[in-house]
Design a protein around this ligand. Structure first.
Ligand code: NI
Length: 157
């Protein structure tokens, strides 16, 4: 198990555009494993490679139904909208409401280089959008409608 250092928002790497993965080699497989370890260690539901300083289009998510590894993810369809509270491992202690699609369909490669499709609603839809944004240098703060303070968060909103 290898935990990587999570970059915080002051790090300009988070503002850069990540590159597509051409070849899934051992280095990429190690990165996927380390990213999952890092995400679980930090009790996050998603992590994008730029958050550990690697500008590659790789994301890991676990919205409660197991680990999803996405290489070169692309949102191919989105519909509806939802407004819910988000946070980010790179922006500790900050939470705010963000408008996202209610449902998204994402195409990506798995670790074997095979294309697969994942459909997400609710939390998974938000996580997919949030993490794909990271690959384009976008942070959830850029999209916050309203910040939520800790007391309000505790009260269950
Ligand atoms: Ni994030």
């Amino acid at each position: 198990m290898a935990i990587r250092n999570i970059r915080t928002e002051e790090d300009e790497v988070l503002r850069k555009i990540s590159r597509e993965v051409d070849i899934i080699n051992d280095k990429i497989l190690t990165l996927l494993k380390d990213m999952a370890d890092t995400m679980y260690d930090a009790q996050g539901i998603g992590l994008a490679a730029p958050q550990v300083g690697i500008l590659k289009r790789i994301v890991v998510i676990d919205a409660g139904d197991g680990l999803i590894e996405l290489i070169n993810p692309k949102i191919v369809e989105e519909s509806g909208e939802q407004i819910e509270t988000e946070g980010c491992l790179s922006i500790p202690e900050v939470f705010g409401e963000v408008k996202r699609p209610a449902k998204v369909t994402v195409k990506a490669l798995n670790r074997k280089g095979e294309e697969f499709t994942v459909e997400g609603t609710e939390l998974l839809a938000r996580a997919l959008c949030h993490e794909v944004d990271h690959l384009n240098g976008i942070l959830f703060k850029d999209k916050v409608i309203r910040y939520i303070d800790k007391d309000e968060l505790k009260a269950g909103k």
